[in-house]
Design a protein around this ligand. Structure first.
Ligand code: 5GP
Length: 344
């Protein structure tokens, strides 16, 4: 047994130090980014925030709403072939959509079928496993890269530099980072395994960037400030589940509890998700997720305005005219308290 003594940080442990700048308004800030992906060679331009491939957030309706602001969506994997083919075939040019799958034989068979029919319309995939440290996962990425050289591959999840390097070298354009930070994830409780998310982002971004790869910070953002910290720490994309839940576009049923309208949100390996997909989800996440009832929040548009406004404002505070400059201009300061909670 070994103990690593280095302190690892979460979003709650830091704030971003303000810096002098010549920017006078957050409207001057450009929060879009342009990337050319390492392996696929494809070009990307957009606001690099991605709706998680959970069945509540990775919906067609969410994707259409996010397109308007140039955000991306990782579709959940439970749509049938016909629905996916129709959706991908009708995609506008500038929309960023990830087709999601696990690494099982059924996942691959379905992907081949959908690819045959939707063909070039599918440009990006998200290969999603709970534990990105297995040989089977790495082998899968290798063979997918070999079979589809022009496909942009996002793959995860991992939380350490050496595994990020292995995935980038093995064919991933974007490595998805995060084990245990999710709002409806119980991995840390059930297994004791995890890694504070901000440190995971900083370390994995450093590893990926050294090889020309990118990372997507996945999980744990609860406020626009957390999203700004993720970008400040070096994330190239940020994936959101809980922050996008509870909206019209989530497709869940509205429920009324004591006169308050609520919507259900749950992890993709929670009991409710397993029941819904009858065993189809059991292989998706090794550990359990939980189910929560959250306040209904109306159309996602309002939430997006807050989210993007917050990130823009963070850029203004450190003098970053473009989102690209945010991490270069970020100095994190460690804090013991970041919010005044007197009014709850
Ligand atoms: P959030 O933005 O809600 O904090 O985190 C979203 C992320 O949580 C997802 O993208 C996914 O990686 C992770 N996640 C979703 N469902 C589950 C689950 O049931 N169990 C675990 N361990 N993680 C989950």
């Amino acid at each position: 047994m070994r103990i690593e003594q280095d302190l690892k940080l979460d979003f709650k442990d830091v704030l971003i130090r303000p810096k002098r700048s010549t920017l006078s308004s957050r409207s001057e800030v450009d929060i879009s980014r342009e990337y050319t992906f390492l392996h696929s060679g494809r070009k990307y331009r957009g606001v690099p925030i991605v709706a998680a491939n959970m069945d509540v957030t990775g919906t067609f309706e969410m994707a259409t709403a996010l397109d308007k602001q140039m955000l991306a969506t990782a579709l959940h994997k439970h749509y049938d072939d016909d629905a996916l083919v129709a959706h991908f075939s009708a995609l506008p040019d500038n929309a960023t959509r990830f087709y999601s799958m696990g690494i099982g034989a059924a996942d691959m068979a379905k992907f081949r079928r959908v690819m045959e029919r939707a063909g070039p319309a599918i440009k990006s995939v998200c290969i999603d496993v709970a534990n990105g440290y297995t040989k089977a996962f790495v082998d899968f990425i290798h063979s997918l890269r070999e079979a589809y050289p022009a496909l942009t591959i996002m793959a995860g999840n991992v939380v350490t530099g050496e595994m990020t390097e292995e995935l980038v070298l093995g064919g991933a354009d974007i490595v998805k980072v995060g084990i245990g930070p999710g709002s409806v994830c119980t991995t840390r409780k059930m297994t004791g395994v995890g890694y504070p998310q901000l440190s995971a982002i900083i370390e994995c971004a450093d590893a990926a960037h050294g090889l020309g790869g990118l990372i997507c910070a996945d999980g744990g953002c609860t406020t626009p400030g957390d999203v700004a910290k993720a970008f400040g720490g070096g994330a190239d994309f940020v994936m959101l589940g809980g922050m996008l839940a509870g909206h019209d576009e989530c497709g869940g049923q509205l429920e009324e509890v004591d006169g308050v309208r609520k919507m259900r949100f749950y992890g993709m390996s929670s009991r409710i998700a397993m029941q819904k997909y009858a065993g189809g989800v059991a292989e998706y996440r090794a550990s359990e997720g939980k189910e929560v009832l959250i306040d209904y929040r109306g159309p996602v548009e309002n939430t997006l305005q807050d989210l993007l406004g917050g990130v823009r404002s963070a850029c203004t505070y450190v003098g970053a005219r473009k989102l690209k400059e945010l991490s270069k201009r970020t100095t994190f300061i460690r804090v013991s308290q970041q919010l005044n909670e007197v009014f709850g």
